[in-house]
Design a protein around this ligand. Structure first.
Ligand SMILES: C[S@@+](CC[C@H](N)C(=O)[O-])C[C@H]1O[C@@H](n2cnc3c(N)ncnc32)[C@H](O)[C@@H]1O
Length: 193
């Protein structure tokens, strides 16, 4: 976790600029279509605040968190509201959010911490609430040359998580839209409480 926080703090400005326009419209639309008007959304690992602003501009009530204090500052300027410097593992409460959005953020956690996060988010959601998560599509995990830990996901790996309390709405693979390099596809998961 410390290597992840350190990476995003040291590269916050550059990362926010590179990803500011990288919208995954299919994922955003699928998630929003399951939410009531004005729903309360938690954006976990908001980065630049890009998706949180997308939700806010569409009338949703958004709260955003990130482990990187530098990205929290950038995102709070994007959103024009406070962004909290905390981990998904610190989420508390029952029935607080109608939707939790984890775009490419849980991918930096270990298998055990992903499971813990999924359980915490289940509690934090209202009944019928939606959880979106995306990971790099693959079958490995470990620290990359950039010093960040990645847990990749595929259908086989997903089956090993305890999700029996959830209703699986959709699981799909989305091509990466960022320019440059041979980037893996995204493995997207939409669940309902
Ligand atoms: C690959 S970036 C994605 C950022 C943003 N969601 C986007 O799509 O542009 C991963 C983000 O998750 C944050 N992050 C990593 N671990 C986290 C954790 N345990 N809790 C909250 N945020 C975390 C990082 O600081 C970073 O902003």
């Amino acid at each position: 976790m410390d290597c992840v926080k350190k990476y995003y703090n040291e590269h916050a400005q550059e990362y926010a600029q590179k990803t500011a326009e990288v919208f995954d419209l299919k994922a955003l639309d699928s998630f929003m279509s399951g939410l009531p008007k004005g729903a309360k959304i938690l954006d976990v690992g908001t980065g630049s605040g890009r998706d949180a602003l997308y939700f806010k501009d569409r009338g949703f009530n958004v709260e955003a968190i990130d482990v990187s204090s530098e990205l929290c500052e950038i995102a709070s300027r994007t959103l024009n509201q406070p962004v909290y410097n905390k981990s998904v593992l610190d989420i508390e409460g029952e029935g607080v959010y109608d939707g939790v959005w984890c775009y490419a953020s849980l991918l930096h956690l270990s298998r055990e911490d992903i499971q813990k996060s999924i359980d915490l988010m289940f509690n934090a959601l209202t009944k019928g609430g939606c959880l979106f998560m995306s990971f790099k599509h693959g079958e490995t995990d470990g620290v990359t040359h950039c010093g960040r830990f990645y847990f990749d996901m595929n259908h086989e790996r997903l089956k090993k998580f305890k999700m029996d309390k959830w209703q699986t709405m959709q699981v799909w693979i989305e091509p990466c839209k960022r320019q440059g390099g041979n980037r893996p596809d995204w493995f997207c998961i939409l669940l309902k409480k």
